[in-house]
Design a protein around this ligand. Sequence first.
Ligand code: MFK
Length: 213
Amino acid sequence: MTGAWTAMQRVFEERDRQDFDEVRIAGLAELAARVRELSELVVLTRADQSEVAVVAREVELLTRRLAEAGRGIPPGAQVGEGGIVRQLGSPVTGALNPLAPPIEISVSPDGTARSEFTLGVLYEGPPGFVHGGVSAMVLDHLSGVAASANGTPGMTAGLDLRYRRPTPLGVPLSAEAKAVRVEGRKTFVESRILGPDGRVTAEATAVFVMPTR
Ligand SMILES: CCCCCCCCCC(=O)SCCNC(=O)CCNC(=O)[C@H](O)C(C)(C)COP(=O)(O)OP(=O)(O)OC[C@H]1O[C@@H](n2cnc3c(N)ncnc32)[C@H](O)[C@@H]1OP(=O)(O)O
């Protein structure tokens, strides 16, 4: 059976042949940003039922306009500034993915991956607070970037999370992750999310394993 590594390489090679120049990326990122705003208003709007029905029909027509141009494949990953992999369709960082917050990540020279971001109502779990699965997704991804920055990328084999206190919605949060140990194919990464008061809301230890071919 083909291993995960070989299967992923095939996808990378196919997507590398796509023509995504910066002008096209900027246009699609703008569209994604507008769809994100629309999504938030779907949960927040006070428009009456008839107005909601009209808007739903208009959105359906817009969707058909895009569909007329045909369906391609999701964008590939690119190496961006500072060697950070830029995944345009990522559900965490993808500028072209309306479901992504999206968060921006930087890596400092000591290999710490950091991000500052705000999560709005679309990511709510307990009323007024971030869904635990969303916090897990952010820490998983940030930890993956830290493993890569360490020169030892892999797939998440385990993510051990501790939710210390609720993570507030709609306020600036920060997060950081750093590889702390490598054992053979395994890279252990520690990460945390901090609230605006600087206190840890969630922390995790992840293990990344480089798949065999
Ligand atoms: C730069 C781009 C940045 C992108 C960031 C993206 C971050 C997001 C990453 C993801 O979300 S990845 C998607 C979620 N993860 C998966 O779908 C992984 C699914 N699992 C697999 O494909 C395989 O299980 C895996 C490749 C992870 C490992 O399979 P293998 O058959 O290659 O490894 P194996 O099971 O033999 O285990 C290898 C070693 O890891 C150890 N191990 C496995 N799981 C572990 C675990 N959970 N904790 C600790 N150790 C673990 C295992 O004991 C063993 O240790 P030893 O080498 O010492 O014997």
